[in-house]
Design a protein around this ligand. Structure first.
Ligand code: ATP
Ligand code: MG
Length: 581
């Protein structure tokens, strides 16, 4: 490809609306252009990268025994009603109507469609197991589309679905997919960590995410991990053991005392001269329109996904002061100031208040707790006497770094991660409600035992930029680079330079290297800047030293430069490209 013909416009500056590196770089280097919020044009360079990621995914999925198909992007409401998700999926599901007023949606994921395909075709245990996958655009009306391709509304995903006769079969396929995923990300030049995670709206019980570890804002997940063993989990699923601490208050009797101006836990523990570990904190949430109280030891934080799961919800947010006051009824109380407690909050939106306690409060004694009266607290309270222990006592706590690993007891560490893929053991979550069954060896009809396995193709490409860049631009891993190498004649007017550059270019192409020659009549500085910004893995510059028979060879990953003969430079690139797999 001649640079003069390549469809690419690099920009002098980073776009002002971009927050993270991959978004900045991909726009500036001419890979993507925004069409509308969260929706991007993939320009020729980007499309080449995406196809390479797709092909790696395709090769490894095929090798792992999965079969590719393609399902429609538009889906009918009826199937979503069968699974029960039309109601619960929420606003991320983009719903629309056709000219006959039939309701449809843009596929955010394809469990319903694949389950309907399976139930039409897979009738006997003899046909199982099967793993089917596609590489397709998805649409999710994300609340906060941001970070360019990392969180778009329209994006490309590989989604696979497995059908087995038994749990054991599913577990085996799950392992098989986990191994394929490790190979895929490694081939894309990414180091990933496989971490335990919450199963969210897709459901099921066991799931893992593949995270690209990063210390930047692009990592939207916190990952807790242990250096001493293999424990690693998303914060929405991580658990920990807590060191022993003081959880018994020194109060001799239960009473209500004045605690003026103690609007925060810190103010309260300062005022009472007690550790926060003997205070029970009450937080008020709205989960799917219903009021939910969370009780937790005051030195700890609530993990909202865990709380939401504890009450079987799909959407959670903290309640406003006004909403809490409504729950109080006629008592009149300025909830914004604190002092909230579990006793006396009745209902909201016509739903009774559900109270969930974290495990940390169970063993607390003679504790301090809000009683829904301004400037007052209950002290020396105990479960079962002054206040009831809620029916639901479970883990709703956000883990903190330094707490102890649930597997080996060593202190946990935290880092951020970009989720590039995930795998779920769905079980019969879709096959049962959708009556997707087969006849087993014993003659009985049973629902398939399913798994699903996603990889964000466009997110993976962006994550590769997050992991490989410097101040000058992108440093594509060779296997997913849009082109492997660029040959730059410093002066297009110099006949010898042009001839050698052209020879190298032709040799590279002949040996299967995807090469670009920068034939533009531009200043050398402009050519070098573009080559670095776009991120060609190898940059071969033919300048004055060609008079001594030498070219400059630069490896973009390390920015290492050396002088060598043209044929040696070509040979290094050809060998590297042949060794890609
Ligand atoms: P997230 O928690 O980041 O929203 P998710 O749990 O909703 O992800 P899945 O539904 O499991 O993701 O989708 C499978 C894969 O698709 C993810 O691992 C991710 O790589 C990719 N993906 C999900 N949402 C987006 C998005 N908005 N933009 C780009 N890729 C996405
Ligand atoms: Mg999501």
């Amino acid at each position: 490809m001649k640079m003069s013909k390549l469809f690419v416009q690099t920009l002098r500056e980073f776009p002002s609306d971009a927050e993270v590196i991959s978004h900045k770089m991909l726009v500036r280097a001419g890979y993507i252009r925004k069409l509308t919020s969260g929706v991007y044009n993939y320009l020729p360079l980007m499309w080449r990268v995406l196809k390479k990621v797709e092909n790696i995914v395709r090769e490894e999925m095929d090798k792992a025994g999965a079969q590719e198909l393609l399902m429609p992007f538009v889906q009918p409401k009826e199937l979503w009603e069968e699974s029960g998700r039309w109601e619960v999926y929420g606003k991320e599901l983009m719903r629309l109507k056709d000219r006959h007023n039939r309701e449809m949606c843009l596929g955010p994921t394809h469990e319903e469609i694949i389950t309907s395909i399976a139930r039409d075709g897979l009738k006997s245990y003899k046909q199982l197991p099967v793993n089917l996958y596609q590489i397709q655009s998805k649409f999710r009306d994300e609340v906060r589309p941001r970070f360019g391709l990392l969180r778009g509304r329209e994006f490309i995903m590989k989604d696979a679905y497995s059908f087995d006769t038994s749990e054991e079969g599913l577990k085996k396929e799950y392992e098989n997919m986990a191994k394929a995923y490790s190979r895929i990300f490694k081939r894309c030049g990414l180091n990933t960590k496989m971490v335990q995670s919450d199963s969210g709206a897709i459901g099921g019980s066991v799931s893992h995410e593949f995270m690209v570890i990063t210390d930047t804002d692009a990592g939207e997940n916190d990952v807790f991990y242990c250096d001493s063993c293999d424990y690693a989990a998303n914060s929405n699923h991580a658990i920990s053991n807590l060191p022993e601490t003081d959880i018994v208050g020194k109060y001799e009797k239960a009473e209500i005392i004045n605690t003026p101006n103690t609007h925060s836990i810190e103010e309260l523990s300062d005022f009472l001269k007690i550790p926060s570990t003997i205070i029970v904190k009450t937080l008020v949430y709205i989960v799917d329109k219903k009021p939910v109280l969370a009780l937790i030891r005051a030195d700890k934080q609530v993990e909202e996904t865990k709380l939401m799961n504890a009450v079987g919800g799909v959407d959670i947010r903290i309640a406003t002061a006004g909403e809490i006051e409504e729950m109080m009824g006629a008592n009149g109380f300025d909830a914004a100031k604190g002092f909230i407690g579990p006793n006396g909050l009745k209902e909201y939106n016509g739903y009774p208040v559900t109270v969930v306690a974290d495990n940390t409060v169970k063993e607390m004694k003679n504790f301090v707790i809000g009683i829904n009266q301004e400037d007052k607290h209950g002290v020396g309270y105990n479960w079962g006497s002054e206040v009831e222990l809620p029916e639901v006592v479970t883990d709703i706590r956000l883990v903190e770094a330094g707490e102890l690993c649930p597997q080996c007891g060593k202190p946990l560490k935290v880092t951020r991660g970009i989720e590039v893929g995930n795998i779920f053991q769905l079980g019969t979550k879709y096959s049962k409600p959708m009556n997707a069954v087969f006849t087993d060896i014993d003659g009985k009809t049973k629902p398939y035992v399913m798994g699903c396995y996603g990889i964000g193709i466009s997110r993976t490409a962006a994550a590769a930029v997050e992991a490989h860049y410097d101040e000058f631009g992108i440093k594509w891993p060779l296997a997913i680079a849009p082109y492997h190498a660029i040959v730059i004649p410093v002066s297009t007017k110099d006949e010898l330079q042009m001839k050698v550059a052209n020879d190298i270019y032709v040799t590279l192409k002949k040996h299967g290297v995807e090469a670009v020659i920068d034939d533009r009549d531009e200043r050398p500085g402009v050519k070098f800047k573009d080559a670095e910004l776009i991120g060609f893995p190898y940059i071969i510059t033919v300048g004055k030293s060609i008079n001594e028979g030498l070219v400059e060879f630069k490896i973009r990953e390390t920015n290492e430069k050396s002088q060598m003969k043209p044929e040696d430079a070509a040979e290094i690139v050809v060998t590297a490209v042949h060794n890609i797999k």
